[in-house]
Design a protein around this ligand. Structure first.
Ligand SMILES: [Zn+2]
Length: 202
């Protein structure tokens, strides 16, 4: 299965090695902002570490809040955290991992769906966390496509900041029309179906 991934930065090559017939799988954790997606991702990765599995967590470089770092769990084991621009880079930086966690999936460039399929087929457990809807309440790729591929899906639900109902929407409370407002958690609220007000179409 070796070959060059087209359209990617130079030097990025497909290095996934298949492990016989033992297949991995894809888990997706999705929901609105403030629903605890990252917490759930970290919880699963820590459980895998306790079982002495090799774990890597991937974060988009686009998200400048995160750089290459480690997340230290309570038993002092570390989860290696790697920042990438393109989903295809995961095939290289997580080549050794048995379990791969991918946070903020909606911010990765490249074809994350294909990458996750390759990783799972090569025997890895892939856990993807991300927003399934944007601030307009519309599907936010690639998470909706990943839901179709995933063996396991967890929908996390926040609490509506207006009324306390279960919240499945991310309300932008500023006027900006950029799809991505990074690190600006005070520009958003979790809202329920009744309280969510989609922005006017332009
Ligand atoms: Zn509400």
């Amino acid at each position: 299965m070796n070959g060059t991934v087209t359209g990617m930065p130079l030097g990025i090559q497909e290095v996934v090695v298949t492990t016989g017939n033992r297949t991995g799988w894809i888990e997706v954790i999705c929901g609105s902002m403030f629903s605890g997606k990252t917490e759930e991702l970290i919880r699963r990765l820590r459980r895998a570490q306790i079982a002495n599995q090799k774990v890597t967590i991937i974060k988009p470089k686009l998200d400048i809040r995160y750089s290459e770092e480690f997340i230290v769990s309570h038993n002092q084991q570390k989860i290696a955290s790697k920042a990438v621009d393109f989903a295809e880079e995961i095939l290289v930086v997580a080549a050794d991992a048995q379990v791969i966690g991918i946070d903020e999936a909606q911010f990765l460039k490249g074809d994350l769906v294909e990458v996750c399929k390759k990783l799972a087929k090569s025997g890895k457990r892939v856990i993807v966390a991300g927003l399934d809807k944007d601030y307009r309440g519309k599907p936010f790729e690639p998470v909706p496509q990943l839901l179709a591929e995933a063996e396991y899906i967890t929908k996390t639900v926040a609490i509506c900041m207006k009324c306390g109902n279960p919240a499945n929407y991310t309300q932008r409370i500023t006027k900006s029309r950029d799809l991505v407002l990074l690190g600006a958690t005070d520009s958003y609220e979790a809202r329920c179906r009744a309280c969510f007000e989609p922005p006017e179409e332009t």
